[in-house]
Design a protein around this ligand. Structure first.
Ligand SMILES: [Zn+2]
Length: 297
């Protein structure tokens, strides 16, 4: 009788526990405390994937500090770590800056997160603070408490006094880096960049993409690394290819006009069906390799 009861309890427990494939990916990846022991590689897409062999960005380097260390999101593909070294060395040459404050990269094994970002899943997305990194001696506690600075005006239509020539120079340098695929900034920053660029050299502006948010940081997305055949390259949209590729056109101005004040609809539009977001993914939604990335000790 007791044996039968135990068997029954076990059956109920098995039914109550979802199979591995049906478990929430953000809970599993959010719990990983260290990188997988494999070679570095990214699997899947920036918003639906994971990464093996990620490297932890040193908390303090000669020209950077990683911020919000408690989040444990300072893990990146070696390409991302090298990029941060390059760009922060360049930033340190600028007046008033000694390097860069680095926000979130990825979790130790990438993957969807419990909070925040939909992307940042491959160790190839890097948030960089707009706040000039003039002090590289910040304690762990200070790095939890201090905030970045907002470079957007209150009406969201232009940059404010916090935006400087140094931001422009750093963003241009980042965009011209061959490892960079695109950089997300608040639309007023892109407008300011378009206004100050000379017509002779505008190609790098193609990589600067306007997006909501991104007024306290800019977001650098690197290309799929050579070691990652299963990493899915993002295709540019038609909008991004307009006007010779610079994107300095009416699609950019949309962000500071209709986007902020949507024209009244004459007919009620049907609500779009809700898309499955990064926090809804179960393991079965991710590339197959991600199960092995997660399981390896
Ligand atoms: Zn970001």
């Amino acid at each position: 009788m007791i044996r039968r009861l135990i068997a029954l309890t076990a059956t109920i427990a098995a039914l109550a526990t979802p199979t591995f494939a049906q478990q929430k990916a953000n809970q599993l990846f959010g719990a990983a405390r260290s990188a997988s022991p494999h070679q570095p590689a990214a699997f899947g897409s920036y918003s639906r994937g994971c990464a093996s062999g990620l490297v932890q960005l040193p908390e303090t380097g000669p020209t950077w500090q990683a911020m919000r260390l408690s989040r444990n999101r300072n893990w990146g593909h070696p390409d991302a770590i090298r990029f941060i070294q390059r760009l922060s060395e360049f930033a340190a040459l600028q007046p008033g800056w000694n390097g860069l404050y680095i926000g979130d990269i990825s979790q130790p094994r990438g993957g969807p997160m419990l909070s925040g970002h939909a992307s940042h899943q491959l160790g190839l997305d890097i948030d960089i603070w707009m706040r000039p990194a003039n002090n590289l001696q910040l304690s762990r506690q200070q790095r939890e408490n201090i905030s970045s600075i907002n470079v957007r005006s209150a009406d969201q239509r232009s940059v404010n006094g916090n935006y400087s020539e140094v931001h422009r120079v750093i963003l241009q340098s980042a965009a011209m880096d061959p490892a960079v695929d695109r950089i997300f900034v608040t639309p007023p920053v892109k407008i300011a960049l378009c206004q100050s660029a000379t017509s002779r050299d505008k190609n790098w502006l193609q990589k600067i993409r306007p997006l909501y948010g991104h007024n306290y940081h800019f977001h650098v997305r690197l290309k799929c690394p050579k070691d990652s055949p299963a990493c899915q390259t993002q295709t540019p949209s038609v909008r991004e290819l307009s006007n010779g590729g610079s994107g300095c056109d009416e699609t950019l101005m949309w962000w500071v006009t209709d986007y902020l004040n949507p024209p009244k609809q004459t007919q009620p539009s049907k609500p779009a069906p809700k898309k499955k977001g990064a926090r809804d993914f179960v393991m079965a939604d991710l590339p197959q390799q991600c199960s092995a990335v997660l399981a390896a000790r």
